[in-house]
Design a protein around this ligand. Structure first.
Ligand SMILES: Nc1ncnc2c1ncn2[C@@H]1O[C@H](COP(=O)(O)OP(=O)(O)O)[C@@H](O)[C@H]1O
Ligand SMILES: [Mg+2]
Length: 502
């Protein structure tokens, strides 16, 4: 096979921390090369070096056998490298079409031939099965469609190598299948794909070769057919991870929260609740299973005080909730791991340290004179303690939270939300996008909270996760509770049918 890209002895240092160290990597034409590694292993950094967003501290890059210098993303585009970032970079106020042609050198000035361009884009979209509506604004299209726009944009600019950084993290199963079809089509035409994921099933399904990164270094590169999921997982985390065996609780304690006949926008099948009754007791994990968008988000928002139900009642620790406000629920000792950790969970521009104490800065431990004087040393010491306890991997607790990898951002939220010994923990997709090591850590932490008597409401679209940790399983479909099942030897077939509304 013919080589397209070769990275040799590439290192990238931030201060005295090596995010990438002496990396050697080859990508052939017509293959899918997967970069596999835990959160924080250095995958995104390496790709940002490749597309000229960062300059390597050492090392070199060759394309088609020739050494190149890539000093900007625009230069990478000219060299045939396109990247779809973990967080999309589309301009929300613009339409799909405007986003695709944005920055195209030939479209400056007023004389762009919009119709000809549209035709060209539609041809590309038909060829690769990249279904998009060109005149819709970005804000109106789903996440899966936004991703297709990003891919189309890269192809329109002539990408020969497409880098997909955790593209499946936000997609439904059907959308992932569609993405794989597109990837296959690209490689059949001799183009190359670098795929980043830590979902083992997907990696085994789509990769030709797999390069494993750990702590910024390449561990090894394997052909798909010479390995399996267990071997890859062990290489990735650098130790053996035995299958988890959580003991299921069969008898929960008194109710922490109880919903009776709760409606919220009850006629909306995908964003509403209709006659929902359920209870979470002390010392149990209630898992809400269901395909994303069947009212789970609304349920989580009701039990954290973000939304007020239209009808029905909610009792918290035995008393009727009269007012739904997030602050009121925090005062009732409800903790929340929100769905979108970038928008609601963390303040990206703030340090890890300040995010950890976010809810407690005004308490006596961290401030005096009613919050006017912060006890800096106490805050820092506490943050360091939490960094250790929750295994938060960052260069320092002063680092901005937004520069942490996803798993470590999630651990910052856990450290803040779980330390107050909550009565109720509402965890929404807590491990979405996380690697197995971080996922296991978060599951263990939830189980520990449960065993201390906390009631846990877990919302997850990952059925395996629901089965693994739930003591009871509640299935939701179109805003309704379809059934409640024991988490011990759950009837998987029946639950799957309920999830499909049958
Ligand atoms: N701009 C930055 N400044 C300091 N440290 C960074 C920066 N970007 C990434 N890092 C650190 O580099 C390491 C690798 O991060 P990243 O490449 O995002 O990992 P991955 O994509 O494999 O999850 C992490 O420890 C992260 O905190
Ligand atoms: Mg990354």
């Amino acid at each position: 096979m013919e080589e397209f890209l070769r990275m040799e002895h590439v290192s990238k240092r931030f201060g005295d921390f090596y995010a990438n160290k002496d990396i050697n990597l080859t990508v052939y034409k017509g293959e899918v090369l997967t970069l596999l590694g835990e959160n924080g292993a250095g995958k995104s950094t390496l790709m940002n070096v490749l597309i000229g967003l960062y300059q390597p501290t050492e090392g070199s890059i060759c394309l088609n056998g020739k050494k190149v210098r890539i000093d900007s993303p625009a230069q990478a585009v000219r060299l045939g490298i396109g990247m779809v970032h973990q967080h999309f970079m589309l301009v929300e106020a613009m339409t799909v079409f405007e986003n695709i042609i944005l920055g195209d050198r030939n479209t400056k000035g007023i004389f762009i031939d919009r119709e000809a361009r549209k035709k060209e884009i539609l041809e590309l979209s038909a060829r690769y099965g990249l279904d998009v509506e060109l005149d819709r604004p970005i804000t109106e299209i789903a996440v899966g469609a936004q991703q297709r726009v990003e891919i189309l944009k890269a192809l329109y600019r002539g990408a020969e190598l497409l880098v997909l950084d955790e593209p499946s993290a936000a997609l439904t199963d059907i959308e992932v299948e569609g993405l794989f079809k597109i990837m296959r089509k690209l490689t059949e035409e001799g183009k190359s794909v670098i795929f980043i994921s830590h979902k083992m099933r997907e990696v085994l399904h789509i990769s030709d070769r797999i390069t494993i990164l750990r702590s910024g270094e390449v561990v090894t590169t394997l052909k798909r057919e010479e390995t399996d999921g267990q071997a890859l997982a062990n290489l990735m985390i650098g130790r053996e991870l035995a299958p988890s065996q959580y003991i299921k609780v069969e008898q929960a304690g008194e109710a922490v929260i109880q919903l009776r006949g709760v409606d919220f926008q009850k006629d909306s099948k995908h964003n509403g609740l209709s006659g929902v009754s359920l209870t979470v007791g002390r010392g149990e994990i209630v898992g809400i299973a269901g395909v994303d968008g069947n009212g789970q988000s609304q349920l989580a928002q009701v039990v954290t005080g973000v939304l007020t139900p239209d009808a029905g009642t909610v009792d918290m620790k035995g008393s009727r909730v009269a007012q739904f406000t997030p602050n009121g629920f925090i005062l009732e000792n409800v903790s929340h791991i929100p769905e979108d950790r970038n928008k609601m969970g963390l303040i990206g521009e703030m340090s890890v340290k300040d995010n950890i104490v976010l809810k407690t800065t005004e308490t006596q431990a961290f401030s005096s004179a009613k919050g006017l004087v912060l006890k800096k040393k106490a805050i820092r010491d506490y943050a360091l303690e939490m960094q250790k306890k929750y295994d938060i991997r960052c260069t320092s607790v002063e680092q901005e939270a937004r520069n942490l990898s996803g798993g470590n951002q999630q651990k910052v939220i856990l450290a803040r939300e779980l330390e107050g010994d909550p009565d109720l923990l509402v965890a929404v997709h807590p491990t979405r996008g996380l690697d197995i090591g971080a996922t296991r850590f978060i599951h263990d932490t939830m189980i520990e909270a449960r065993d201390r008597g906390c009631g846990v409401l877990l919302v997850s679209a990952d059925f395996d996760e629901i089965l693994e940790v739930s003591d009871r399983i509640v299935v939701m479909f179109e805003g309704q509770v379809m059934g409640v099942y024991s988490g011990k030897n759950p009837p998987i077939e029946e639950i799957s049918l309920a999830m499909a509304g049958k």
